[in-house]
Design a protein around this ligand. Sequence first.
Ligand SMILES: [Zn+2]
Length: 268
Amino acid sequence: MVTRADIGVIGGSGFYSLLDDAEEVELTTPYGPPSDVVTVGRIGSRSVAFIPRHGRDHRFPPHRIPYRANLWALRSLGVRQVLAPSAVGSLKAEYGPGTLVVPDQLVDRTSGRPQTYYDADGAVHVSFADPYCPSGRAVAVQTARSAGWETVDGGTLVVIEGPRFSTRAESQWFSANGWSIVGMTGFPEAILARELALCYTSVSLVTDHDAGVEAGEGVTHDEVLRFFAQNVQRMRTLIAQAVEALPEERTCPCPNALDGIKLPFELP
Ligand SMILES: [Zn+2]
């Protein structure tokens, strides 16, 4: 394969393109095709591969996204660092729409999604105590602050199964636990990245308050998409700036995620 990239971006709801004038690469993986053709191009001096998480026409709901194929495809192109923008609901009254959260923890409330590459030929247990790349997080936070975003460094992302939104009771429960934001796609994406020894950073844009956080009707998908569409250009700029600011050499723990573990197959 000739086309290569160092950095991967997985775009969320409303975020269907990143690179103009880029090469389109049709890929397949042992886990089927990724969500869409992968576009590979340059941002400054960095080579970047972009996948729209839901497909360009938003055909994959959160529980049907081919997460394993997406991460595998990125790794097979040479990608080692992944930025993952997404739309989230806020579980804290003080994080209003437009707030950017770079979480440092995750709670998995999904069910039934394939969440490992290693489901045959021996057990592979990777550490997931700290699910996100510390270098990627630092870059995302610093870049967002310099660009004037209301930015939260850290916090817990709850990933629900969807496609429905939370009930008021669920939302109040998440909130009472001190968790910060709620989304539907951050898992298993984060663990699959870790299983491939990739750096993974969630860049979460608050589009609304979740059901229990304030009175009212609760969130609708239309509201989420409308808000994200209004912010997508700003988000693209931020992601492009973060791509350029990511370190050339990885000094974080992520590359060593699989050290000492006997893998049942070779990674791409
Ligand atoms: Zn890392």
